[in-house]
Design a protein around this ligand. Structure first.
Ligand code: GLC
Length: 564
């Protein structure tokens, strides 16, 4: 076999993301906790995944479910204690699982001690930990906020007659990375967790950390597309490089940055190993595919096209073909469930489309990230009423539309396919009350379809379940390094219903066929002889070879062949 350069555990590993609030409650509080995750470690191990990414578990007033951190070295009491955390980490190590934590350092909570101090006086030693604009200079130049009812990122604070910057909610003031003391604090926090044995960080909105601190007036072009401005701060790469030198280079850890606003042209600046910054990042091109233009949260009226879907993945694969490394995901805690969005969650197509999407993630180059529940095909909950939502983003946007006298019904309809809460409903473990997630009242409603086979227990006992397909497909990836490192070549580029590609490593060659159609589709592949191709896995027992080079795919069928 061909020698592979730069083999790394984080390239070969499969990530399983856990939203702790929704995973397993052991106290009856209705909120998931660390002991719940401990209880489920054997289950996680049984999936065949290697790395757990845990959404924030630090002390937080939960204005944005833990993305507003009040103490970076403390565990949120709702989730448990540091002893629980240590036990969780030990339990993971025992099972050979790695742990990646969430690092949320573009902003802290306004309840963090640093901010409490910072707002006290203009001369406080922590004043310069945050971005302040003195009111005597007039109203600060426009900056946009995601979670503000006026979309205004400046909040007036009476105590010192100044405004502070918050790109997210008023309770999430932006940290001032331009201050070396802030960077030092952050490096120390990272070391604290690495010394405990944590294996890496997912870095929240890391592309936003560097700001122009004279806060210039911005050209109108950024109105509506402010992400392009936020993600291009002048010192961004200086800070990432410094973080690498000071901290990351000293440990065998992985990093994945969340990078809204970063396109293909800037990709390698982050992950080219020679630049010593990050290992991987999440781009947002796919997440924008079905959204209205310049809108992160509004769905497009017309449907997305498979050719566009392929184009995104093909160009991202190409950019990392020689250097860097990709990260593959179809959903997470900020986006709706993958099967409801990219597949088809109706009864007739749910099984095939869920497993087809799993096959896709597990046969592309780039580290695959699965989100809890994806392995059993959890779907969007599609709440009918605004009162069922908890997400700050949905509630804030509702208020904005209400203030503008906009169409609230249309908004609630949109949220059925767009809201982040679709992906945050509790894990469906079995058919007990609240799907076995909690004996109390869950913080967010459980999807009733846990009674219809979308739960772990039922699927563990069913050989033909989504869960068992997932495990088998994970094994296929594990058994074939070519599916991890092999080069990717797109076939049938213009086909609107089938995504077909090969992966090649040395003389090992694979063919992947994925149907995105609700109907049977016939394809012709001149270079493939189906009669000699060896089937490794398919989500459908019906395999329809018409002639040597013509193949029919059933709705949402996925098949992986070994060609040589
Ligand atoms: C990231 C997180 C999201 C959070 C936001 C602010 O996008 O993934 O959940 O609301 O940053 O921290």
């Amino acid at each position: 076999m061909q020698e592979i350069k730069d083999r790394k555990w984080w390239k070969e590993g499969i990530v399983y993301q856990i939203y702790p609030r929704s995973f397993q409650d052991t106290t009856g509080s209705g909120v998931g906790d660390l002991r719940g995750i401990i209880q489920r470690l054997d289950y996680i191990k049984s999936l065949g995944v290697d790395i757990i990414w845990l959404n924030p578990v630090y002390c937080s007033p939960n204005d944005d479910n833990g993305y507003d951190i009040a103490d970076y070295r403390g565990i949120m009491p709702e989730f448990g204690t540091m002893e629980d955390f240590d036990e969780l980490l030990a339990g993971m190590k025992e099972r050979g699982l790695k742990l990646v934590m969430d690092l949320v350092v573009n902003h802290s909570s306004d309840e963090h001690r640093w901010f409490q101090e910072s707002r006290k006086s203009r001369t406080n030693p922590y004043r310069d930990y945050y971005h302040w604009w003195p009111a005597e200079k007039g109203t600060p130049p426009k900056r946009w906020s995601y979670f503000d009812v006026e979309s205004n990122a400046w909040k007036y604070d009476e105590q010192t007659d100044s405004y502070y910057l918050h790109c997210f909610s008023v309770k999430q003031p932006d940290l001032k990375w331009e201050n070396p003391a802030v960077r030092k604090e952050i490096h120390d926090i990272m070391k604290f967790w690495f010394e405990k044995g944590v294996d890496g960080f997912r870095m929240d909105v890391i592309s936003f950390i560097s700001k122009e601190i004279d806060y210039p007036e911005l050209p109108a072009k950024y109105n509506g597309d402010f992400v392009a401005y936020y993600s291009n701060g002048p010192e961004l790469h200086t800070y990432l490089n410094e973080m690498n030198t000071e901290v990351l280079s000293k440990y065998d850890v992985m990093t994945v940055g969340e990078a809204p606003g970063i396109g293909l042209d800037k990709a390698l600046d982050f992950v080219d190993a020679d630049r010593a910054e990050l290992n991987m990042f999440f781009h947002f091109d796919l997440m924008a595919l079905d959204r209205a233009e310049n809108e992160v949260f509004l769905m497009r009226q017309d449907q997305w096209k498979l050719t566009e879907f392929k184009k995104i993945h093909t160009s991202w694969d190409q950019v990392f073909a020689e250097k860097g490394w990709g990260s593959m995901f179809l959903n997470n805690h900020d986006f709706p469930r993958s099967v409801s969005r990219w597949g088809n969650d109706t009864r007739a197509h749910w099984y095939n489309s869920t497993t087809m999407l799993q096959t896709f993630l597990l046969t592309m180059r780039g580290t695959p990230y699965f989100y809890y529940g994806e392995e059993i095909g959890m779907t969007n909950i599609k709440f009918e009423q605004i009162k069922d939502y908890q997400d700050i983003n949905t509630l804030n946007r509702y208020n904005i539309i209400q203030n503008e006298g906009g169409d609230l019904d249309a908004f609630v309809e949109n949220e059925k396919s767009a809201s982040r809460d679709n992906a945050r409903t509790p894990m469906q473990w079995n058919e007990d009350i609240h799907a076995g997630f909690s004996e109390g009242t869950p913080w967010l409603k459980v999807n009733e379809n846990y009674k219809e086979g979308i739960n772990v227990l039922a699927q563990e006992n069913d050989k033909t379940s989504v869960l068992n397909f997932f495990k088998a497909m994970v094994q296929v990836r594990k058994d074939h390094l070519g599916l991890v490192y092999g080069s990717y070549r797109l076939l049938l580029e213009d086909h609107e219903e089938v995504y077909a590609y090969t992966r090649t490593l040395g003389d090992e060659r694979f063919l992947i066929l994925l149907s995105f159609s609700t109907k049977k589709v016939e394809i012709h592949l001149d270079e493939i002889d189906f009669e000699t191709a060896k089937l490794l896995i398919s989500n459908d027992s019906e395999l329809l070879v018409n002639t040597k080079r013509t193949f029919e795919l059933t709705p949402y069928q996925a098949s992986v062949y070994k060609l040589s």
